[in-house]
Design a protein around this ligand. Structure first.
Ligand SMILES: [Zn+2]
Length: 424
């Protein structure tokens, strides 16, 4: 029976490419969260046609939601012949901006040399399309099962998932008894299973100064120079220390097994787009956004204290140094047990479909697993999907068509394992 199903999926190769291209064509760029409704409807119409019961949930009042940019999530469910476990596939429909450096139209879904190019092809509309084809093929093959199959297309993952999976999880869509196992087709590669991710702390640090005429800077206090002093201490003292810390989690790529800190943005003084020439004013404010990724072995409060200690030390050593710090986002690390049912099922499916031993990995960044774990209290969750992680958010992002098809087969076999369907 499994062979027949896998052949059926192989025959769906063109349909899988078409669906991925259709999804890529919706410019669901976040921010601002464009074309969410159209994309969700497109998926919903298709799944309803395949026999799924479809619900649309708008995260009304959530951050980013407006009538112009409604945060619309889609959940589709297919009930088997009797009650039983529910296997859920969750994909985010939002993508990051295209950015510069593309050699093809980022929303045209160009197919070339066995690859499908486009923003979101890899992260993660290709994976979502593969899940749709996997489940449609199970139903089309007439395989009978107890339990339910679900698939969701959710919004805002790229900006934290608050109006997407977090909102649904708060309403019980990602908890037992409704759902038992979750697979998130993020692009972690077709032979790898992602069991968790590092933690995140975003904070905005502002150094404060005093305005004065730029020709007499000694009469003012330059916030940008104070920030420079802080950056210097980060370079000299903090980054080397972070590089010595290593997690036991199998994070990929391997340099991400260390604690890291990225300065994601900095701005000081007058706005750049003032129109004319700038005026000579000493900067009284400089703001910097830091992106600290921490390990499961680290404690978030200690992570914060370590950075604040550097700021406090500067306040003691450096005349005129004043600062403010504001938490922007924090996410604790998550790790699914290696012997969890979903890990075992996907591992068995990879062995069956690819005759390969799967590699268990963790993601350097965070993804929607955090909400399923912390809000939904559902621990049986992993990420598995086609695509090369390093291509996510890059120009000329693509997904290999062979990988799309292979991952659809693995997802279908995994779902059957988890539903307890015998296929020998
Ligand atoms: Zn993603």
């Amino acid at each position: 029976m499994l062979d027949g199903l896998l052949r059926r999926i192989e025959d769906q190769r063109d349909a899988l490419v078409d669906l991925t291209r259709e999804l890529v064509a919706f410019p669901t760029v976040n921010p601002p969260g464009d074309a969410y409704k159209a994309c969700a409807r497109h998926l919903g119409n298709r799944l309803s046609h395949a026999g799924f019961e479809v619900a649309y949930v708008r995260a009304e009042g959530a951050i980013g939601d407006s009538d112009r940019y409604p945060r619309i999530n889609l959940i589709a469910r297919y009930e088997g012949r009797a009650p039983g476990p529910c296997v859920h596939f969750n994909g985010h429909i939002d993508v990051v901006e295209a950015g510069h450096g593309w050699t093809v139209d980022p929303f045209a879904g160009v197919v070339r040399d066995g690859r499908l190019y486009g923003r979101g092809s890899c992260d993660m509309k290709g994976g979502l399309a593969a899940a749709v084809i996997a489940l449609e093929s199970i139903l089309a093959a007439g395989i009978r099962f107890d339990g339910a199959l679900e698939i969701s297309g959710t919004v805002d993952e790229e900006s934290g998932g608050y109006a997407g999976v977090a909102h649904l999880a708060e309403q019980g869509w990602f908890s037992k008894p409704r759902v038992d196992h979750v697979i998130i087709p993020e692009p972690l590669a077709v032979d790898r299973i992602c069991i968790g991710h590092r933690g995140v702390w975003w904070a905005e640090i502002e150094t404060l100064g005093r305005v004065a005429h730029g020709s007499m800077p000694f009469l003012g206090e330059c916030a940008i120079r104070h920030m420079g002093a802080f950056l210097n201490r980060i370079e000299r003292h903090l980054l080397p220390r972070l590089a010595t810390r290593q997690t036991a989690m199998p994070v990929v790529p391997p340099p991400a097994r260390h604690s890291t800190l990225s300065v994601n943005g900095i701005h000081g003084g007058q706005a750049e787009d003032h129109g004319g020439l700038p005026s000579p004013v000493v900067a009284d404010s400089c703001r910097m956004m830091i992106d600290r990724r921490f390990l499961i072995e680290e404690d978030l409060e200690e992570v914060k204290a370590e950075l604040i200690a550097i700021l406090d030390q500067l306040q003691r050593d450096r005349p005129g140094f004043k600062y403010r710090i504001r938490d922007v986002m924090q996410v604790l690390p998550t790790l699914t047990a290696r012997d969890a049912p979903v890990v075992q099922a996907v591992a068995a499916a990879i062995r069956t479909v690819m005759s390969k031993r799967p590699e268990l990995v963790c993601s350097p960044g965070t993804y929607d697993q955090k909400h399923i774990f912390r809000i939904g209290h559902l621990e049986d969750c992993i990420a598995y999907g086609p695509g090369i992680l390093e291509l996510a958010h890059q120009p000329d992002e693509y997904v290999a068509i062979d990988d799309l098809v292979t991952s659809a087969k693995v997802m279908a076999a995994s779902a059957l394992h988890l539903l307890g369907v015998e296929f020998h």
